[in-house]
Every structure is written in C-alpha cells, then in structure tokens.
Design a protein around this ligand. Structure first.
Ligand code: ADP
Length: 405
C-alpha cells in the first residue's frame, strides 16, 4: 500500500509517501508559509529534489501543489491518485472521544470540531488539512491518528487534577498528555530492539525536542505523561515554562498588570530555556556553544532542563514500581550526549551505568548503558510519520477486508 501522511499546521503542511510493505519513504516534503509567500520542498527516494517559491493562498492550494507534483511525469512517483491507498492525518487532540486511530467521516470531523476548544492552535489547523484532502481526493480513504490517543489509558489517579471534580464533569478539564504517536513508536521500537515482549516491560520515554514530554509505558499502556491539559505542563522546554505554581502567575499579573492572554504568551513563547538564558536561545546547540564560552545563564538553563527530566524519570519509575528501559528521543534526546549523561548521573540510584563511548555513537537505535547497568538506557530516533503510516495501513487493511467479505 502507498500511504500519504499529512501533518497540517497553521501555516505549514508536512508530507511523506510511505510504502507500507517495505516502509520506505518514497517522497518527503513540506509546504511552508501557506497564505504568505509559499515555499514548496519535495524530495523523492529516486533523487528528485525541489525547493520552489510557489504562492499557496491556503491549505487546499498547498495540497493541490503536492498532488500535482506527485503525478508529474518527470518529478512524480505515481501515475494517478488511485495509487494512493490511504491518507493518514496527524491529529493533535482527540479529547476523551478517541482512544485509537479512526476512519475520518463526517461524524469524526464533527467530534473533532467539538475538541477545538481543547487545542485551539492545533486542531483547526489539522482539520484544514483534512478538508483540503477531502476536496481534492474525495474517494480516498482517510485515517486520523491522534497525538492524545495512546495516552488515553491513563487512570483517573494520573489524569485528574486536584481541582473540584465538577470541572472535569462540566468541561473535561484533566490531563491528556501529548506526543502519543512518538511515545508509542519509540516504546515499541525499544522493546523490539531489546528483543523484549512489549507487554512485559516498563519503559520511560523521554521525548526531548523543542516541545518535550516524558511518558511512562507499563506493559504497552501509558500510565502517565508529563504534559497535561495542554502541552504546557511538565518539563522546562524550548520556550515553554512547564510546571509553575499558579500563585506565582497571579503575583506576576498584579505586579506587571498583565491579563491572562499576556501571561499565557509568556508561558508558551518567552519561557523555558529561552527565558532562563535571558533570551539567548531556545536551541540546545546554541546554548551548549554559549556554555562552552562560560555563559552562566546558558549553563543554568541546560542544568535546570536536565534536573527536571531526571526528577520526572525518578517519579515515573515510582509510578510503575520499577523501570526496564529508559529511552531518549527527539532533537535534544537523540543528539545531545552531554544532556543525556547529565540526566543519567542523577539516576545512579536506579542502578544505571552509562557507557561513555556508546553514548557518543549515532545510530537509528543504540543502547548506551553498559553491561552492569540494571536498567537499559537507549537512544532511538523517533519516526512519527512511520507510526501514522502503520496505523493508517492497519485500518485500511481492516476496511478493505470488511468490504471484501
Ligand atoms: P520539535 O519537533 O518539537 O520542533 P525537535 O525534536 O525537532 O523539536 O527538536 C528540536 C531541537 O533539537 C532544537 O531546538 C535543538 O535544540 C535540538 N537539537 C537538534 N540537534 C541537536 C544537536 N546536535 N545537539 C543538541 N541539540 C540539538
């Protein structure tokens, strides 16, 4: 099967075409600056590489450009659209309604629209991508893969806040957890790499990118996730604050005469390692360069980040009453060996020993703990697109089976 994977954001749309049998990426690319000046990037596994400035006034035009290129006799990879068996859409928030991937129908779109309040930045942008594909490829099966779905196995003790219960009943205010597509892929890949049965292992996945979250996965099911009602809770991130005492925010609002929107802007865009480093950077590479040059704020930002990750890992080991695998993934987790080493230095009480040479190796998957370590520590490259393609292929297979019988 050929699967078109779409990840639609407010002004960009990432895409890949994946062959589900070989799991090869046939095409990958990006429509950027949609509604502004439009930049189209496209690369096939046969060596076609494009980067063009193309006006794309909306997502429909972006999908149009993508589809035209896919069937282009010189640059394309298919003869006509019927060769695309299914489109897999990354959808951010499925609330409590979606515990797994679904065929996108009018009812699903209606239910997702009802979740828009929960993710006002992400869900409407995802739906615009779905809408554009439905317009241009009306006969093609579409599957929605939610970032929240994998986390839906959390129990009330993990997902409820210490708020009056009526707010959960009335507005579904609770912890949802995010990065579920990545956490699922990485926890399963770790078990596969270690030749373990995923239903018998306890894994903590540290997805450390610009947005960062930690997930406790026990016997294949999520027990806890550091992100909450929104992706703002939990770790100190690139520009997001993570956990903060709400009392500090009231204090700040009064002192600086700020309204709630201004406070949210500070928490989402001006905080994290960017804010701690006095606006030096949200990029861990730049912070490391500055730290080498004795910039104490850059050093402090990285230290706070690592300390917080270690605290979450420790608490999730308690939540699962043990841990077999700790896995680092995403931009920082996959590439920053110093941060990994620093985080692991707090975790020696769990019997963790890191092999310093292995920790500097680069591979799709590598075990960086040594033979003495009581816990496996791994670095695994996340692959959200492949996970979406797998789930879309599974559902498409099921639908085709039902149609045939
Ligand atoms: P997101 O998907 O949340 O935007 P990514 O997973 O792509 O984030 O991670 C982006 C971050 O990864 C960058 O902000 C950068 O700080 C970090 N990063 C990428 N490469 C390296 C590297 N070689 N060393 C340290 N940090 C890196």
């Amino acid at each position: 099967m050929k699967i078109l994977v779409i990840n639609s954001g407010s002004s960009s749309l990432k895409f890949q075409v994946i062959d589900s049998e070989t799991e090869r990426v046939l095409v990958r690319g990006l429509c950027e600056r949609i509604g502004i000046d439009g930049v189209f990037t496209y690369k096939t596994d046969t060596g076609v590489s494009l980067k063009e400035q193309v006006p794309m006034k909306d997502h429909t035009e972006a999908v149009h450009k993508l589809l035209d290129t896919l069937v282009d006799p010189e640059k394309g990879i298919i003869k006509d659209f019927s060769e695309i068996d299914v489109i897999g859409h990354r959808l951010v928030h499925g609330g409590e309604k979606f515990t797994g991937s679904v065929v996108i129908t009018d009812e699903v779109i209606q239910a997702m629209t009802e979740c828009n309040d929960l993710a006002p930045l992400h869900n409407p942008a995802n739906l615009v991508g779905v809408d554009a594909c439905r317009k241009l490829m009306p006969g093609t099966l579409m599957v929605g893969v939610f970032d929240t779905a994998f986390n839906q196995t959390m129990e009330p003790k993990a997902f409820l806040y210490g708020l009056p219960y009526r707010y959960y009943e009335k507005y579904k205010i609770r912890r949802y957890g995010f990065h579920g597509i990545s956490h699922k892929y990485v926890s399963q890949r770790a078990a596969e790499f270690m030749r373990q049965d995923p239903r018998r292992v306890k894994t903590i996945v540290c997805h450390l990118g610009n947005g960062a979250s930690i997930c406790a996965v026990k016997y294949g099911k999520v027990v806890d996730n550091s992100m909450g009602f929104t992706p703002l809770e939990g770790l100190v991130m690139g520009t997001r604050s993570g956990d903060v005492d709400p009392g500090a925010l009231e204090f700040l609002a009064k002192k600086e005469n700020l309204d709630i929107y201004q406070i949210m802007q500070i928490l989402n865009k001006e905080s994290g390692v960017l804010g701690i480093s006095k606006n030096l950077s949200s990029d861990f590479r730049e912070l490391k360069d500055a730290e080498i040059k004795y910039n104490d704020k850059a050093a402090m930002a990285r230290e706070i980040f690592a300390y917080k990750v270690a605290k979450y890992v420790g608490s999730y080991a308690a939540a699962m009453n043990g841990v077999d695998n700790i896995v680092f993934t995403a931009g920082v987790g996959e590439n920053d060996s110093d941060i990994r080493e620093e985080i692991c230095s707090y975790l020696e009480f769990l019997g963790i020993h890191i092999d310093e040479v292995k920790n500097r190796e680069r591979a799709e998957a590598v075990k960086i703990s040594d033979g003495l370590s009581k816990v496996n520590v791994l670095v695994i490259r996340t692959n959200e697109e492949l996970e979406i393609a797998r789930q879309a292929a599974e559902i498409a297979g099921r639908v085709k089976g039902e149609q045939a019988s």
